[in-house]
Design a binder for this molecule. Structure first.
Ligand code: PLP
Length: 449
């Protein structure tokens, strides 16, 4: 059996490293200077060479409770020993039903979001929600409503539906034609705005949806999908009133509104959902990541009951399936056990209160970087922040990479993507840890050319 110790000799072997084609990674640079984590506990990773690294992005926005939580370790181990897999189709297991109820209980009050379809990832949640939207209109006798509308800078994972509505150019242009989609403009304020939390202006950007409706006609549009706030584009926060306006227009024109809450769901926004934090209810709500604290792959879509009911009503004889869709790992029992334990810990530890308490201090600290070298803008909400970094001439992605590498040397993991640095510290961070993170980032910004 290979363990980390016995593998140690291979860590610098280019042939050994070559076999794994790493996702969203500069493979050539990585394999020339690998950054390997071999353990994690609390707010820190341990590297292969024994260094402690503060987890400034909670893994990939998913490990807010920190690492190595005994409650999660026990729940996963127990479930593995009891029921390690159960067929996802035509048969079930109790944990998925319990988890669905627990998730529904955390949806905004009176939202009607009470039917949960499970997936194993955020990308699968995105494509599931888009397929449900199209199939819903077909079930309603309006099969012409197929077009999907996303947003520039939007990120909805990497599957064909998700990249079609997604608006991060680099994730789309390599792959040719997607599915029928159009895009709203993004809501990122101009560089130099340095708004704390929600931008005070920009709600009118939602009215662009009226132009797309005029262009395509609502009879061809199935759904609009947006992240309440986007993470991967560099933390883009909705202007005050923007999501409300989108909701109004969708309702008026019979278009479903989908919130992709893969990052905003389950704590990051200081609430169970971004829908609750921003006071706007979608028709479908996607989640993943933090729901299981990242320790097992789990995602899903919460639908309003009327959507679920319309499938049941048009489903034909009751032994037939109403929606021909699902994954081998939909509601995997071990992932469900991890998610149930995650939600229980979050309740016991009052995690949402913790996030709401830390958020103002985090906002203050991160905005202290205004004026630091290379910083063109700073955006934040809850325990998430994004910095726009001025471009190195002709190479906009270079400085963020160099800043992140400098941070890694100092003992901090942060995400770099496009022209941004992204921060999403664990919910269990102490104020002193947040100070250290921001101080180190200040130093790295000044050190990078
Ligand atoms: N949707 C949003 C808003 C995300 O931020 C992400 C991942 O960062 C995804 C979807 C994709 O999730 P996954 O990587 O689990 O497929």
């Amino acid at each position: 059996l290979a363990d980390t110790h016995s593998l140690q000799a291979s860590f610098a072997d280019p042939e050994w490293l070559a076999a794994h084609w790493m996702p969203f990674t500069g493979n050539r640079q990585f394999k020339a200077a690998p950054r390997l984590f071999t353990a994690a506990s609390g707010t820190h990773y341990t590297t292969a060479d024994g260094r402690q690294i503060f987890d400034g992005l909670s893994g990939l926005w998913c490990c807010g409770l920190g690492h190595g939580r005994p409650e999660l370790v026990d729940a996963v181990a127990r479930q593995l020993a009891t029921l390690d897999y159960s067929p996802a189709f035509q048969f079930g297991h109790p944990l998925s039903f319990e988890l669905a109820n627990q998730i529904v209980a955390r949806m905004p009050k009176d939202s009607g979001l009470n039917r949960v379809f499970f997936t194993a990832s955020g990308s699968e949640a995105a494509d599931t929600s888009l397929k449900i939207a199209r199939a819903y209109w077909r079930a309603q006798g309006q099969a012409s409503k197929t077009r999907l509308i996303g947003r520039v800078k939007g990120y909805h994972g990497v599957n064909f539906g998700g990249i079609s509505v997604g608006g991060i150019v680099g994730n789309r242009k390599t792959f040719g034609q997607g599915i029928e989609a159009d895009h709203l403009p993004h809501t990122q304020p101009p560089s130099g705005s340095f708004f704390k939390g929600m931008p005070p202006t920009g709600a009118e950007l939602a009215d662009e949806l009226l132009n797309l409706i005029a262009l395509h006609d609502a009879s061809t549009i199935a759904a609009v999908i947006v992240e309440p706030f986007s993470g991967s584009a560099g933390v883009v926060i909705p202007p005050v009133g923007y999501l409300q306006r989108l909701r109004e227009i969708c309702t008026q024109h019979n278009i479903l509104l989908i919130f992709d809450e893969v990052i905003t769901g389950f704590g990051r926004a200081g609430a169970w959902t971004g829908a609750e934090a921003f006071g706007v209810t979608p028709d479908l709500l996607n989640f993943a990541k933090q729901v299981s604290n990242g320790v097992q792959p789990l995602g899903g879509v919460v639908a309003k009951q009327e959507i679920y009911d319309s499938f049941m009503q048009s489903g034909g004889p009751d032994y037939l399936l109403e929606l021909p869709h699902g994954y081998t790992y939909s509601a995997h029992p071990v992932a469900c056990a991890a998610a149930l334990a995650t939600l229980a810990v979050m309740e016991q530890e009052h995690t949402l209160d913790q996030v709401r308490t830390l958020a103002p201090a985090f906002e203050e600290k991160v905005h202290n970087l205004r004026g630091a070298r290379h910083v063109a803008d700073i955006r934040n909400y809850g325990l998430a922040a994004g910095l726009t970094i001025t471009a190195h001439p002709g190479e906009p992605a270079r400085r963020p990479f160099e800043i992140a590498m400098s941070m890694f040397k100092k003992g901090f993991y942060v995400r770099y993507g496009g022209d941004t640095i992204q921060l999403a510290p664990p919910f269990i961070s102490t104020p002193a840890q947040l100070d250290s993170l921001i101080n180190a980032l200040g130093e790295s910004l000044s050190e990078v050319a």
